[in-house]
Design a protein around this ligand. Structure first.
Ligand code: 4AD
Ligand code: MG
Length: 464
């Protein structure tokens, strides 16, 4: 008996096949004529397949008629053309094997719609809902497109370490990794914790970004990208922040800021094009149930160019917008979510790349402009989400980099290997980081970042 997925069995080309289908019951309805309709889902697509189970089945009375939402089954039978609405095929069961029942009194996923908040309490069961099936299939497509785009363009996929001693963003938002006893750590003569007795001989942390290591390899191998988990101990309980998220970070030798912006735009367009082409059924669902503008937004990405503006012009536009912002704007402040959304949604109505930010609000590694007060930074702001990409041209001049580090209270000695890249054959180079979850929010319209990652890590939440 050939195994077919629900997705395969729903195709007209499957009609006439003897097939085995395996999945979970969504609903069962018994007809007066002595048979039951059972809707089965196996996660391979949004839609279910309808199974017709006849009363002549030997286990009809004892088992089939007791199937409820969540039960797991194997069905052998024939795929036939269906007269039902919204389905080309249905499966006529010759045998139904029940693997596991799901007590309807306690199984949480009953037919009624649950709030996203409620579903977060069942992070282990929510993948069985339509919403999370659709999110995860789209997330998978985004990941696949990331690799396709860079691989086709000659980039090398680089795996950078999770455990590191350096704070790439210099924001002090790192999770410490230690084998010392927190209640009674060894101390030196001055009474400070003695990290030479720790596993790595020094304070060590979970990485906030693979960029610094990416630069090491880009300045040898040309074009590289990382794609891995990153960690931030920022205590922000918002719909766009996670403590553990996935980041895609290309880094390219000999690229300047202009090249970097072009790369980011080309990259986002490719990912969106692939999602539009390959996730049609799931996008229909998001359009109907989550965000009716999602397709329109995606269409605009593919069709038009992104807007580009300097930070200075963006501030001027915000100041003269007449909007009542919660956080007032003036040159030198960091853009808040409300400002980002005004720029992308109201002012430009499409993604906008803001570049050349004040040096004081950006990390040490960004290239300083001739004006001495701005750096070659770029953020891509997307309608609905805000900042989706952050990147820059990197400072390739040793002396400037060293003084920027000192200004920001970093000890250049701790970054001697990073500075060596400037000592030996330094080159202009640039890169950026895309937050995978923010990208998935953008393409699905999902309002909260906790609902686009299988197991969200946020302050106070690491149960499962
Ligand atoms: O702007 P960020 O902090 O930039 C960097 O980490 C650079 N080192 C990247 C580089 O140039 N290689 O982060 C990059 C992106 C943000 O634009 C955002 O999409 C995402 O990562 N991001 C987060 N996503 C979820 N939760 C958080 N706490 C995030 N912090 C950043
Ligand atoms: Mg940023």
């Amino acid at each position: 008996m050939q195994k077919l997925s629900v997705r395969e069995a729903r195709l007209e080309s499957a009609i006439g096949q003897q097939a085995r289908l395996q999945g979970w019951v969504r609903t069962r309805r018994d007809s007066k004529g002595g048979f039951s309709f059972i809707e089965i889902n196996d996660g391979t697509c949004l839609a279910n397949i309808q199974v017709i189970a006849d009363a002549a089945l030997p286990n009809y009375e004892d088992e089939v008629r007791h199937l409820t939402a969540g039960c797991s089954v194997t069905i052998d039978g024939e795929v036939k053309a269906s007269g039902g609405k919204g389905q080309a095929t249905e499966l006529h069961a010759a045998a139904v094997t029940v693997h596991g029942l799901a007590d309807p009194e306690s199984y949480p996923l009953q037919k009624k719609r649950h709030s996203m908040e409620k579903l977060r309490e069942w992070a282990h069961l929510r993948p069985r809902t339509n919403t999370f099936g659709a999110v995860m299939r789209v997330r998978n497509q985004v990941c696949r497109s990331v690799h396709d785009f860079f691989q086709e363009d000659g980039f090398l996929y680089l795996n950078t370490p999770i455990i590191t001693a350096s704070d790439c963003e210099g924001a002090g938002e790192m999770f410490r990794v230690t084998t010392l006893d927190p209640a009674d750590p060894p101390r030196n003569d001055q009474g400070a914790v003695d990290y030479t007795q720790d596993f790595f001989d020094r304070p060590s942390f979970l990485t906030v970004s693979g960029q610094l290591e990416g630069e090491v390899y880009a300045t040898a191998l040309g074009k590289v990208y990382t794609f891995g988990p990153t960690f931030r101990a920022e205590n922000s309980n918002t719909s766009r922040h996670l403590a553990e998220f996935w980041m895609v970070e290309p880094e390219v030798a000999f690229n300047d800021l202009e090249d970097n912006m072009d790369l980011a735009e080309r990259f986002l367009k490719r990912v969106v094009t692939d999602v539009l082409e390959n996730c049609e059924e799931d996008l229909d669902f998001f359009e109907q149930r989550i965000d009716k503008e999602v397709r329109e937004r995606l269409g605009k990405i593919v069709a038009g160019g992104f807007a580009r503006t300097t930070y200075t012009d963006a501030i001027a536009a915000l100041e003269s917008s007449g909007e009542a912002f919660e956080f007032p704007v003036s040159w030198g402040v960091d853009l808040q979510a409300e400002h980002e959304r005004y720029l992308a949604e109201k002012l430009h109505g499409r993604p906008v790349i803001v570049h050349d930010y004040p040096a004081t609000i950006k990390p040490f590694y960004m290239r300083v402009n001739d004006d001495g007060r701005t750096v070659r930074a770029m953020d891509v702001l997307a309608p609905g989400v805000g900042e989706i990409i952050g990147g820059s041209q990197r400072e390739e001049r040793l002396d400037v980099l060293e003084s920027r580090m000192s200004e920001q209270g970093l000890n250049p000695d701790d970054y001697w290997w990073y500075l060596d890249l400037r000592r030996y054959g330094t080159v202009p180079h640039a890169g950026f980081g895309l937050g995978l979850e923010r990208m998935v929010q953008f393409v699905t319209g999902m309002a909260n970042i906790r609902d686009v990652i299988p197991f969200p890590r946020t302050p106070g939440n690491a149960e499962f």
